[in-house]
Design a binder for this molecule. Sequence first.
Ligand code: 5GP
Length: 188
Amino acid sequence: MEEVNKMYLNIFFTFHNAVFESYISENEINNAVSAVANKINEQYKEQDVVFIAVLNGSFMFCADLLKKINLKCEVSFVKMKSYEGTETTGKINELIGLSEDLRGKAVILVEDIVDTGNTLERLSEILISKGVKSAQIATLLYKPEAYKKKIPIDYVGIEIPNEFVLGYGLDYDGLGRNLSKIYKLKHH
Ligand code: 5GP
């Protein structure tokens, strides 16, 4: 019985009454992270890089990715903070936690998932305004069907359809970030 329960837990998770099923294994994640790291190592040979991870979701991907990067690099963590501005400015996204001077630096943004691309677009605008030499994007997951922007996504770990996923840094209402696999919302 205990074995059955364990197996069941391995496949399904219930958070806040939503059921999630096993979707991407640790092995697949690991292979995708290695592939992204290899491409970056190849592309940035002899160049210094600043990795900027966008919290909270990207903490696990960033840690695993950086262990496979063999370049001279700095790592920094930022967070997007959204708040309501005035009537004319509407919703404002501000970047918090960036203390480094990025002028003239080659930057790689590290994202957990790119969905519509809104976050990404705002982040790259902010980086450009900081005078970076170049800005590339590395994301573990990418939903091509949902993406609405023109900015190229340079390094993609795994393309997924328009599903809601959690685990490996990604949450559902605060829960599930610690899971080492990725789960998707089960449709009824
Ligand atoms: P975008 O701005 O590209 O629409 O969305 C980016 C952010 O939305 C991600 O950093 C993530 O926080 C959240 N997000 C988008 N899709 C998912 C998903 O399937 N699962 C989870 N947990 N978060 C998502």
